[in-house]
Design a protein around this ligand. Structure first.
Ligand code: NAP
Length: 480
């Protein structure tokens, strides 16, 4: 029998009408039924979070940190099940899911440790016998709205810093993959986090998003998702002067210079473009290759891509799972059609995979278009699927110009053995996350995460920077 996962409000599991969470690799399988929350559930959750705030924020921060350590332990105990569920609801391969659950556990441990640090500021005063310092305080009730592509890590990197700073929260997960976030909320419940501190309401983004942004107790929203929704939330949140943090789309470049280690540049590009079905916000969707190696690089990229195995991510040896749902599959196919008109036939891929088990899921071939020029739609718009545009650059400066000629600024990579070029790239690249001789995707939790330009708004997530969004300073001047 299919399990029903209820919403979590004020420490209670709340029932109601449900919606289905289906496996994108096998749409015959219903992974779970989720209670479809309403605007009034958001109001109840916001009320509960407001009531829980004063006791939770008054709890010593190390004690809050200890509860986060417990959450990590509980997730660790359920590791294999949680990873398998993630593959079944999102489609990424099992090793990718295991990597993500490991990351969520690490995030809870990292921010658990922040409970015994929560660094403030202590500086000397200009005045005699004045002691001055600034301490961190919670900001209040916070709404956390998350996407489906990292259904565990993104809720974790919002929930853990929000909680350790003493805030109370309402989590709204993506409707196509809510189970991974639900497991974290379940772990918070089992860890003994007091009622009302963590609330979870699944359901339609449009309805719940409006209710959240209008909920009187709300003080801040942290959102990860598409630019359109982010911009709407920003407008609405600004009307109430809510604090807001937005992490949105990208069109991330990898620059490959002629002096790069050729084989690792090919490997890094394929990894960044196609793994997780190209559904990482930091995925490479444009590879900009220096003229002298262009033809050889395109040929090697195509050969390597032909070896990738697409299929159900639960099976061993699979490199690429399905698109997350029918809508994303259609978006990928729409852009492939546009690409055919703009750049000619793809050098590899370009089709939905059909026949046998493929018919049950949203599988698509990893696809490469060559000779893409900067004005083409497939070089400018986010696709969020396994579709790569290869672009030719005359030299390093030309490559930098092409890479920066885009409204997005999430991640970017360069492949080069020239240290000066690497540092020039670091200085001149307009993006928040940079890699050198690594894939553009694949970041760790100990440093700030987030983009620039149209990709992001507000302060960074993860690492010590996360505390800036989730806390306020209280500054004290004391004469003794
Ligand atoms: P999305 O459609 O914007 O959805 C994100 C979340 O917002 C979901 O929980 C969604 O709920 C909710 N939502 C929808 N309409 C809303 C509204 N009017 N008000 C408030 N919330 C609303 O994005 P997605 O398709 O899940 O994710 C893909 C996008 O996320 C891509 O653009 C990708 O680049 C971006 N992303 C960015 C980062 C980053 O760190 N920069 C990381 C990951 C993903 P429903 O699911 O119920 O619609």
């Amino acid at each position: 029998m299919t399990e029903t996962f209820r919403n979590y409000i004020d420490g209670e599991w709340v029932s109601g009408p449900t919606f289905e969470n289906r496996n994108p690799a096998n749409t015959d399988e219903v992974v779970g039924l989720f209670v479809k929350g309403s605007a009034s559930d958001i109001q109840s959750a916001a009320g509960a979070a407001a009531r829980a705030l004063s006791a939770w924020s008054a709890m010593p921060a190390p004690a809050r940190g200890n509860l986060l350590f417990k959450v990590a332990e509980i997730l660790e105990r359920g590791f294999d099940q949680i990873a398998a569920e993630m593959t079944r609801e999102e489609g990424k391969t099992l090793p990718e899911s295991k990597g993500e659950v490991r990351r969520s556990i690490n995030i809870f441990r990292y921010f658990g440790g922040e409970g015994s640090r929560l660094p403030g500021l202590l500086v000397p005063s200009e005045r005699e016998r004045v002691h001055m310092f600034a301490i961190r305080k919670s900001i209040g009730v916070i709404g956390l709205v998350t996407p489906w592509n990292f259904p565990s890590a993104i809720p974790s990197w919002k929930m853990a810093p929000a909680l350790v700073c003493g805030n109370t929260i309402i989590v709204k997960p993506a409707s196509v993959a809510p189970l991974s976030a639900w497991r974290i909320v379940e772990a918070c419940h089992q860890a003994g986090i007091p009622k009302g501190v963590v609330n979870f309401v699944a359901g339609s983004g449009g309805e719940l998003g409006r209710a959240l942004v209008e909920a009187p107790p709300l003080k801040a929203i942290s959102f990860t998702g598409s630019c359109d929704v982010g911009r709407w939330l920003h407008t609405e949140a600004s009307k109430r002067s809510l604090r807001i943090q937005l992490e949105m789309g990208g069109k991330n470049p990898t620059i490959v210079l002629a002096d790069a280690d050729f084989n690792s540049a090919v490997e890094n590009t394929v990894n960044a473009a196609f793994f997780s079905t190209g559904q990482k916000c930091t995925a490479t969707s444009r590879v900009i290759v220096e003229e002298p190696i262009y033809d050889k690089f395109v040929a090697a990229l195509v050969e390597r891509t032909k070896k990738l195995k697409v299929g159900n991510g639960m099976e061993p040896g699979i490199d690429i799972g399905p698109a997350v749902d029918e809508g994303q599959l259609e978006t990928n196919l729409k852009y492939i059609d546009i690409g055919r008109k703009e750049a000619g036939a793809p050098r590899v891929g370009g089709n939905r995979l059909t026949g046998k088990d493929f018919d049950k899921g949203y599988f698509i071939e990893p696809t490469i278009f060559a000779d893409v020029t900067p004005a083409m739609t497939i070089a400018r718009e986010e696709i969020f699927g396994p579709v790569l545009a290869v672009m030719r650059a005359k030299n390093f400066d030309d490559a930098m110009q092409i890479a920066n000629d885009i409204p997005f600024g999430l991640s970017a990579s360069i492949q080069t053995s020239n240290i000066s070029r690497a540092f020039e790239f670091v200085n001149r690249m307009e993006a928040g996350l940079l890699t050198v001789n690594l894939p553009s995707a694949g970041v760790e939790y100990q440093l700030p995460f987030g983009g620039t330009k149209d990709s992001s708004f507000g302060s960074k997530e993860q690492g010590p920077a996360a505390l800036e969004f989730y806390s306020d300073y209280k500054t004290v001047y004391l004469k003794y």
